[in-house]
Design a protein around this ligand. Structure first.
Ligand code: CMC
Length: 392
């Protein structure tokens, strides 16, 4: 029972609640459409690069050649890590989850910034670009350290995607692999007011610094219902192992009310357009890498799930194939969500900056249904049970 007398609508999960006007991203969840700043995701995946897309999201327009040169030059100049940050990453336990490493390392970057706070939007953007540049280096350094190897310094003059693959292995990446990583980064760069972007927006609304804003996003992305689903989807494919076992896996999972990872979305009630692009990429990559069994197993799980979920609004999402793509690129499973974060920093930044331009502290309400006026009991008289705190 509530003490509030007027009628109150609780929007559990904040479903269909609008928190601002935006020109960053439009999703038509009924028509399978996604636009960044008005450009369709298909056009961007076909013609753009991650750097160009990040610029588009953060600044609002497609860069000219000289603007793009300046932006990529900025990324390049910030990509290396301070020795103290490298030392910190080296000392993290090797068993740490890379998302925890990323969250802590990004937070630590703020400690080495003599002036992390600024009201100036252009200074905030510059700090976001610095974080965007350093995150691939953080992920790659941890991957190297936990495998008892020294980190590989950035090579320079490589794209964000190619540089990341280079820093992971120390070898120049195959150009096709670098292209696939670039497309994956474009597809993950932005997705309107999802949970992690909302977390970043809430933090921004308090006028906190960019390091805190991005750290909030990383912490929120970590969960299996959001960023973590790509890892879970791949684990399912590996566990099922063969397309002949897909049907029984899906039937059992649904009978036990388990969720099929890589399916379902709060906004898409049809195909996630990113899924359509990544599925094609995954199929091509599987042939090139000789990993068609993995792809066929994923496909068989998808087909069975579609059959058994027919008539529901639960369709495959971006994560049904992203994990497989990263796996075929030779990337460790627990790095998939950090890669998602590395890409999404562009969208997080764009939304935080947009919100700050017409800022209002985000402060929703909770409908109180507990007791009031309880007498304070001395510790020796308490029952230690919840009952005494319930409403009469
Ligand atoms: N498999 C089976 N049933 C499902 C699934 C699924 N993947 N997703 C939703 N449902 C069912 C759910 O059990 C519920 O059924 P019932 O009403 O009988 O209890 C109904 O659909 C509605 O579910 P919901 O949790 O209220 O829906 P939501 O809009 O809150 O959930 C979601 C969206 C993404 C959390 C959910 O679909 C899910 O858990 N999917 C699996 C995880 C996943 O793939 N996440 C990646 C999302 S895309 C990447 C990103 O943006 O982060």
């Amino acid at each position: 029972m509530s003490l509030i007398k007027e009628p109150v609508v609780i929007h559990k999960g904040l479903d269909n609640v609008y928190v601002k006007e935006s020109t960053i991203c439009f999703i038509d969840g009924e028509a399978s459409k996604l636009f960044y700043r008005g450009y369709s995701i298909e056009e961007l995946a076909d013609h753009s690069t991650y750097e160009e897309t990040a610029f588009l999201l953060i600044y609002g327009w497609l860069p000219t050649a000289s603007q793009l040169r300046e932006f990529t030059g900025n990324l390049e100049s910030h990509r290396s890590l301070e020795p103290e940050i490298l030392q910190l990453i080296k000392e993290f336990p090797a068993h740490s989850d890379p998302m925890d490493v990323l969250r802590t390392a990004v937070s630590a970057l703020g400690l080495f910034d003599p002036q992390p706070m600024s009201d100036d939007i252009s200074v905030r953007v510059a700090k976001a670009v610095l974080i965007l540049a350093k995150v691939p280096t953080i992920i790659a350094a941890f991957e190297r350290y936990r495998n008892h190897k020294d980190p590989v310094p950035p090579k320079g003059h490589l794209s964000q995607a190619a540089e990341f693959l280079y820093m992971l292995t120390g070898n120049d990446p195959d150009p096709y692999d670098a292209h696939v990583m670039d497309v994956a980064l474009i597809l993950h760069a932005e997705h309107e007011m999802n949970a992690s972007t909302f977390a970043c927006t809430v933090t921004a609304s308090t006028l906190a610094d960019m390091y805190s804003i991005i750290t909030s996003g990383i912490g929120t992305l970590r969960g299996p219902l959001h960023g973590g689903a790509n890892e879970a989807a791949l684990r399912t494919v590996l566990e099922v192992g063969d397309s002949s076992k897909a049907e029984s896996y899906v039937v059992d999972a649904l009978a036990q009310k388990k969720r099929i990872m890589g399916f379902g979305h709060r906004v898409y009630k049809t195909w996630d357009p990113r899924y359509l692009i990544l599925k094609k990429v995954a199929g091509e990559l599987a042939v090139r890498k000789g990993q068609t069994q993995l792809f066929d197993t994923a496909l068989a799980i998808e087909m069975s799930a579609r059959k058994h979920l027919e008539g529901t609004p639960i369709f495959p999402n971006v994560d049904s194939y992203s994990g497989i793509v990263f796996h075929m690129l030779g990337i460790q499973t627990d790095l998939f969500t950090p890669i998602f974060a590395m890409s999404r920093i562009a969208g997080w930044t764009a939304h935080a900056i947009e919100y700050l331009q017409a800022n209002r502290l985000i402060r929703p309400k909770a409908l109180y249904v507990g007791a009031t006026g309880l007498p304070y009991t001395q510790i020796e008289l308490r029952t230690g049970k919840l009952e005494e705190h319930r409403m009469p």
